[in-house]
Design a protein around this ligand. Structure first.
Ligand SMILES: NC(=O)c1ccc[n+]([C@@H]2O[C@H](COP(=O)([O-])OP(=O)(O)OC[C@H]3O[C@@H](n4cnc5c(N)ncnc54)[C@H](OP(=O)(O)O)[C@@H]3O)[C@@H](O)[C@H]2O)c1
Length: 274
């Protein structure tokens, strides 16, 4: 697999800032499972959400035995109307310090030839559910004075892509949403990071690619999840993992976007008195 140097991650500092409970939306496999494993190693209890109870319970039990954490398995289709509100509801009563918005992949499609039902499902999962969950957990984070949100976006959100119109558009929403929340809240102890993720060897990807597609040079999702959590703790608004055409320019894109955002944080204080 393609190498991604791992960033330093201070487990004690992470647990202190984002523990004792984390909620992962889309936790049963792929990057979601990687987040669950990383967090369990750091001693953080988990609310694991996806559509398959058996898979969630198997993962939760394994992490409980290996790392002594507590977990709750919650079956919820994230593309359903009201899913974000229900996620916040099921976690009520737990001291949640971290929300990971993970599930959100989609396959290649032809926009005019297809209907729009699948597009609206993707909008509900990647936009509506994210809005409600981030809002609900964010209120709790404001009240307790700390917390974090990780939003798994994609490099496809950095610009348009053929046959990925809705995917690219919703991932663009996720990136701008993450940056905006970072700009609004990072000085108040709440960290938000958007991940412009690269192509990764996950079960979803393997189901999606045509036979014979070379997956030998894609990234390991465990590396990407690890660096996402390290980036959150380091206070970064956006992490772009180099991938695709123009990838050599992406470190500069990441730096330019952050500089722009920091500029707007100061500019906006003229309006908010902040
Ligand atoms: N893999 C890549 O190459 C790649 C590249 C760039 C960005 N990303 C982003 O990384 C994130 C994770 O990607 P992934 O490849 O691991 O695949 P994914 O299909 O987005 O996520 C898989 C996980 O989400 C759950 N899930 C999927 N649809 C769900 C739904 N409607 N309701 C509830 N849970 C759902 C699955 O569990 P159940 O089946 O049990 O529901 C599984 O645990 C996504 O946001 C994706 O856009 C991936």
């Amino acid at each position: 697999m393609r190498e991604l140097p791992r960033l330093a991650l201070d487990a004690a500092a992470f647990r202190e800032r984002y523990g004792p409970w984390a909620v992962i939306a889309g936790a049963s496999e792929g990057t979601g499972e990687c987040y669950a494993r990383e967090l369990a190693v750091m001693g953080i209890n988990l609310v694991l959400i996806s559509r398959r109870r058996d898979a969630l319970q198997a993962l939760g039990e394994a992490l409980k035995v290996e790392h002594g954490i507590n977990y709750r398995a919650v079956v919820q289709d994230l593309a359903e109307e009201g899913a974000g509100l229900r996620i916040v509801e099921v976690a009520a009563g737990l001291d949640v310090g971290l929300y990971v918005s993970n599930a959100g992949a989609d396959g290649f499609a032809s926009f005019f030839e297809d209907g729009t039902a699948a597009a609206h499902r993707l909008v509900r999962m990647n936009i509506s559910t994210l809005i409600d969950a981030a809002n609900g957990f964010g209120k709790h984070f404001v009240a307790r004075g700390r917390g974090g949100i990780v939003i798994m976006a994609s490099g496809a959100g950095l610009g348009g892509q053929p046959n990925l119109a809705l995917y690219s558009a919703t991932k663009g929403f996720e990136i701008n949403f993450a940056e905006s929340l970072w700009a609004e809240y990072h000085e108040r102890g709440i960290d938000i990071i958007g991940i412009a993720a690269p192509i990764m060897r996950t079960p979803t990807l393997l189901r999606m690619v045509p036979e014979g597609f070379d997956v030998s040079d894609v990234y390991d999702p465990a590396d990407v999840a690890h660096n996402a959590l390290a980036g959150l703790l380091a206070g970064e608004p956006l992490q772009i993992v180099p991938d695709g055409p123009g990838q050599e320019k992406q470190p500069q894109v990441q730096a330019d976007r952050k500089a722009r955002l920091v500029g707007f944080v100061e500019f906006t204080k003229q309006f908010t008195g902040g």
